[in-house]
Design a protein around this ligand. Structure first.
Ligand SMILES: [Zn+2]
Length: 240
């Protein structure tokens, strides 16, 4: 099978027994990390907790992570984490290897076989010191239809309330909850039928800051929209 992305052909090896019929689209996993603070002023982000969920919102992997530097701020109000939690965590290197093994479908050839979904993925990946091909990233903070018109990211909290209609991050941040929210947003956008306005947006009427699908389509003809050589690539293409 060969997938056409951004005028490049990326060969994806699919074992013949894996799927029946033509439905060989790439599966997605969502990731979220919680960070604690290191450094004198506690501003250095240290990965302290991680969660990965599949498209059905099942936890694939979840663990606390041993800090790589002394923690100067547990950011307890947001993370809920304590020294005790992290003491029993996995080493960052082991976490990274585990995540890569998941993304490579159990192969150790370093070739990604899954789409990686998240909110502000580069931040999580930087803290994990993880590299992953950008054409396999699905970032709800960087996807144009989910951004403000001036191309500034919306918060995951805002997107979840506006598009999914529920509240997250009311007290401390739960990696599982954030993973699920990012995955639901991804699936919502991927499965969107173009030309129909999103119900919630119409009803709530507070989506003024985000692009409306209909606005986007007025700006960019569908052809340009899907074959553009720019960074923007419609997530509906993931259904194929
Ligand atoms: Zn599309």
């Amino acid at each position: 099978m060969s997938v056409h992305i951004h005028n490049r052909h990326i060969e994806i090896i699919v074992t013949p027994t894996r799927t029946l019929g033509v439905n060989t689209r790439l599966k997605a996993v969502a990731i979220d990390c919680e960070m604690v603070g290191g450094g004198d002023d506690g501003s250095t982000d240290l990965c302290a907790s991680i969660c990965l969920v599949d498209e059905d919102e099942h936890v694939i992997f979840s663990t606390h992570v041993q800090p790589q530097l002394p923690v100067t701020d547990y950011r307890h109000k947001v993370t809920g984490l304590t020294e005790e939690d992290l003491k029993n965590g996995m080493r960052l290197q082991d976490v990274r290897e585990k995540v890569l093994a998941i993304l490579c479908g159990g192969h150790n050839d370093g070739a990604g076989r899954l789409l990686l979904v998240g909110h502000d993925l580069r931040h999580d990946m930087k803290c994990l010191k993880l590299q992953y091909p950008s054409h396999l990233l699905r970032d709800t903070a960087k996807y144009v239809p989910l951004m403000k018109t001036n191309l500034v990211s919306q918060s995951l909290k805002y997107l979840t309330r506006s598009y999914l209609g529920y509240k997250i991050q009311c007290g401390k941040h739960e990696p599982y909850e954030d993973c699920v929210a990012a995955m639901r947003l991804y699936k919502r956008m991927r499965d969107q039928e173009h030309g129909k306005a999103e119900k919630e947006e119409e009803e709530e009427g507070d989506g003024l800051n985000s692009w409306k699908q209909s606005d986007l389509e007025k700006m960019k003809p569908e052809e340009l929209y899907h074959n553009s050589t720019s960074e923007y690539r419609c997530w509906c293409l993931d259904r194929r």
